[in-house]
Design a protein around this ligand. Structure first.
Ligand code: FAD
Length: 429
């Protein structure tokens, strides 16, 4: 039996580990933190906080399949809602049930907040994207792609969707990746555009069940220091390695073996996300998720009512994506509190409960970005949300990268194990 090491236990590492074990390989997962989950983990609290509010969508096919494989029923741990972007006091865009493409057209036509010419211009633009197969010049930004759309449509739909999906503001975000997200949401079958909001703490979605499933194959609290061709992880022999750690750590580990690959991984820049939890006992929002209008003194783009989602009553998660300016400026939590007091109704005065700042939440998804490939050398593969592919940094991107790396590493490991049995190992760079 061939042995494969997986370095890193975020969603990419978990996906790679499960795929490799299911394919019959002997695996070991090295995770430097005391728990699995990476950026999609729970943080201590009663009940636990999420390390940032996460949203999945119906098109996250591989993530949902992975949850089921580990015995988690997505219908139980996630609340499925038809795509809607209500603002405080305004219904906003609401997609009716049915085929997502037709629902999108019907939802746009029924939008009462936009004048008819604005609705028609959005449908004409979307028709153009569809005709071109959701492809565009890779150097185009989302702001450039949507330059001809009315300001209200950009403000109420394009800009919040862009920052939610790509964690990059529209003027700096890749139009090609944005179109790919739209394509997946509108063309992956019924329910693909639905929002899936966690009802349970994030770790219960995947990391907790994966910990139990991996058992002794998991080495928590173990930061891998170096890898060597052949392959070795801190001196221990394997037939192949999947680097499923962050891009910074993967570049450090790979640098002595493949300096070009390491340079490419190191060239990524990052966008922060700040999550501000407010507490207000007895309060509830009119919907589990509301969009908010971002402005110079209004940092948050979305707010989630955890009580309405089956979590802690009176806990509200405000999300500040693309938060570089607020990290530099400071005072984000206080500005969110003031925004919440101005824009929403509260039964009791809200207070700041917890502030989580992830400075490297995701890579900045810029136009023309060249991302590092998944294969470094025979037997050395990489998985992570930043690896070359059509998706922005998302759970689904991480899971798909994990599965792809597992396939490559598994094939290389089997060849190496067979070669070793015949006396001629093959996995050298
Ligand atoms: C605040 C926030 C909000 C987000 N919201 C969403 C959302 O709504 N929807 C969505 O789809 N995505 C969202 N994302 C993105 C999503 O969380 C990531 O895309 C995904 O979790 C990345 O998984 P990964 O496995 O690629 O990387 P990571 O989760 O970073 O996992 C890497 C793992 O490697 C470990 N590691 C690093 N170095 C070593 C080493 N040397 N040895 C051993 N282990 C090591 C780390 O401890 C970590 O556990 C959000 C992210 C953040 C931070």
């Amino acid at each position: 039996m061939s042995r494969v090491a997986i370095v890193g236990g975020g969603w990419a590492g978990i996906a790679a580990a499960v795929a490799l074990a299911d394919a019959g390989h002997d695996i070991a997962v090295f995770e430097m933190a005391p728990q699995l989950g990476g950026r999609a983990r729970s943080v201590a609290g009663e009940p636990p906080y999420d390390n940032g509010q996460h949203i999945l969508i119906g098109a996250y096919r591989d993530s949902l399949a992975l949850m089921r494989r580990l015995g988690v029923d997505p219908e139980v741990v996630l609340r499925r809602l038809p795509l809607a972007l209500p603002y405080p006091g305004e219904p906003g865009l609401q997609l009716p049930p049915g085929s997502p493409l037709i629902a999108f057209a019907r939802g746009v036509l029924a939008h009462r907040g936009w004048p008819l010419p604005a609705r028609l211009r959005l449908l004409v633009a979307a028709g153009g994207w569809l005709t071109r197969g959701f492809n565009c010049d890779v150097h185009l930004s989302v702001a450039e792609l949507c330059a001809g759309l009315p300001a209200t449509v950009k403000r109420d739909l394009i800009e919040p969707l862009c920052v939610a999906a790509l964690n990059t503001p529209a003027p700096q975000a890749s139009a090609q990746v944005f179109l790919r997200v739209l394509k997946d949401a509108l063309f992956s079958g019924a329910g693909s555009a639905d929002l899936l909001l966690p009802r349970r703490p994030l770790s219960e979605l995947l990391a907790g069940p994966a910990t139990a499933w991996l058992g002794e194959r998991l080495r928590l609290g173990t930061r891998v220091q170096h890898i060597e061709p052949g392959w070795r992880v801190d001196g221990e022999a394997f037939d192949a390695i999947v680097l499923a750690c962050t891009s910074v750590e993967a570049a450090r580990l790979a640098a002595p073996i493949a300096s070009d690959w390491a340079t490419s991984a190191q060239s990524l820049s990052f966008e922060p996300i700040i999550t501000v939890y407010l507490r207000s006992p007895g309060s509830a929002l009119p919907a589990p998720m509301l969009a908010l209008r971002e402005g110079p003194d209004a940092p948050a783009q979305f707010v989630f009512d955890h009580g309405a989602l089956g979590g802690a009553p009176g806990r509200f998660a405000f999300v500040v994506s693309g938060a570089a300016a607020w990290v530099a400026r400071g005072g984000c939590a206080e500005a969110v509190l003031a925004q919440a007091q101005r824009e929403l109704c509260w039964a009791t005065p809200p207070v700041i409960d917890k502030v989580l700042t992830e400075k490297r939440a995701t890579f900045a998804c810029k136009p023309g970005l060249v991302r590092a490939p998944a294969r470094i050398a025979p037997g050395l593969w990489v998985a992570g949300d930043y690896i070359k592919g059509p998706y922005p940094a998302t759970l689904e991107g991480a899971v798909r990268a994990g599965r792809a790396a597992a396939q490559g590493a598994g094939a290389d490991a089997a060849r190496a194990a067979n070669g070793a049995a015949r006396g001629s190992p093959t996995n050298t760079p």
